[in-house]
Design a protein around this ligand. Structure first.
Ligand SMILES: [Zn+2]
Length: 101
């Protein structure tokens, strides 16, 4: 799939594309590493504008979405959100094993 083509609800200017490409590379690296470790691979991941969440996922399709704004954050934040959303592929709800913080 084309990650840049999966962006919805945004006009892509030259200033947005560069950090987004870096973010996509980071997400791909994290997704591969944690997918191997957890045994549950992400089938598809996309970046889009979100107003209230940093990420979301669909457990059935193993599709994970990330907030476009993450591209502006430190790579550690990106990794934290990626791991959190990928953990939802294994654990549906927030609980003591998957806190919402
Ligand atoms: Zn969550």
């Amino acid at each position: 799939m084309s990650e840049l083509g999966s962006i919805r609800g945004t006009r892509r200017g030259a200033q947005e594309i560069r950090p987004l490409q870096l973010a996509v590379e980071e997400l791909r690296r994290v997704a591969r590493r944690y997918g191997r470790q957890s045994g549950r691979e992400v089938a598809k991941w996309s970046v889009r504008r979100m107003k209230t969440k940093w990420g979301s996922c669909n457990r059935e399709s193993a599709h994970v979405w990330f907030n476009l704004e993450l591209a502006k954050k430190h790579p550690n934040c990106l990794e934290y959100i990626a791991v959190h959303e990928m953990t939802h592929l294994l654990e549906r709800h927030h609980n003591e094993r998957l806190p919402n913080s």
